[in-house]
Design a protein around this ligand. Structure first.
Ligand code: PLP
Length: 286
């Protein structure tokens, strides 16, 4: 089925949507993006994603393509037009194009490009991976130093995911200066003696929208949370581990670098957090 997508003010069949070959998103990954989940036809934590998008744009001195209210309307219309019950809305803003390639940014009044499309994923909240738990490898983190900005520079995370697949695993956690930063497309946690440990926010990791919600819900459920640097060896010898992201919610981790965690099945804290998070997400979706 041909999707209807949004490009710079127009709703079009995906086969007719076009962006210039000079667009800086295409030539230089000069772009930021957001991925918002849809459950029961409604958007999960839309405000959180809109606020982070604004922050990414501000950090890169990129113009806002439209208001938050207009963005919400575009999201809702695409969900509606494409009949999405469960899935994702991908949004990308680029610095646009002034019709040529140059390292220097185009004039400040060059219109940004705004592209959105949907991905239908009927089993989003019920994926087989969430039931069996993910297997993780560790790799070096060689990304740039502003990982708090959600840019379109995803080549190394994609390579990390491929390294994991080649090793018969699901995903990779990245390590810098001896400490785990995050997963290729998620934030990373381990649990030891009931305490949830995750890296504190800084420019080294993406400030996950799901991370924020899950840490708040964990505290409300009287779970102990510690934000500190941690090593892969601590995670390998933990009772359990998990990741969080808008597209996979809370994903249990059952193996790290070949070491089995607990009994090799999703741990009780990860399972509980997934349940609490999904429950709250559905209740507050708009
Ligand atoms: N870290 C990285 C590198 C990511 O790419 C993502 C999501 O794409 C996350 C963390 C999780 O962020 P969120 O919960 O907002 O999806």
């Amino acid at each position: 089925m041909t999707r209807t997508v949004y490009v710079n003010g127009e709703y079009l069949p995906e086969t007719e949507a076009k962006v210039s070959i000079f667009d800086r998103g295409f030539l230089m990954a000069d772009a930021v993006y957001e991925v918002t989940s849809v459950l029961d036809g409604k958007l999960i934590d839309f405000d959180g994603h809109a606020v982070r998008l604004k922050r990414s744009l501000d950090e890169l001195e990129m113009a806002e393509p439209c208001s938050q209210q207009e963005l919400l309307e575009i999201h809702r219309k695409l969900v509606d037009l494409n009949g999405i019950v469960a899935g994702l809305v991908y949004l990308q803003v680029t610095r646009g194009s002034d019709g040529d390639r140059d390292f220097v940014f185009p004039a400040a009044d060059t219109p940004p490009s705004l592209v959105l499309f949907t991905q239908s994923k009927p089993s989003l909240a019920d994926s087989p991976e969430s039931k069996r738990g993910a297997k993780i490898i560790s790799i070096e983190d060689i990304r740039w130093g502003r990982r708090d900005i959600k840019t379109g520079q995803l080549l190394y995370p994609s390579m990390g995911k491929m390294m994991a697949k080649k090793a018969g695993c699901d995903d990779a956690w990245m390590i810098e200066d001896g400490y785990v930063t995050e997963g290729t497309s998620n934030n990373a946690y381990f649990v030891k003696n009931g305490k949830i440990v995750t890296r504190p926010l800084s420019n080294d990791i993406l400030h996950g929208i799901t991370r924020k919600a899950v840490l708040r819900l964990a505290q409300e459920a009287q779970m102990e949370v510690e934000e500190r640097l941690f090593t892969i060896d601590e995670a390998k010898t933990a009772d359990e581990a998990f990741t969080t992201s808008a597209s996979a919610f809370v994903m249990p981790v059952v193996e790290i670098d070949g070491a089995t965690l607990g009994d090799g099945t999703p741990g009780p804290i990860a399972r509980r957090l997934r349940e609490i998070y999904l429950d709250e997400a559905r209740k507050t979706a708009i």
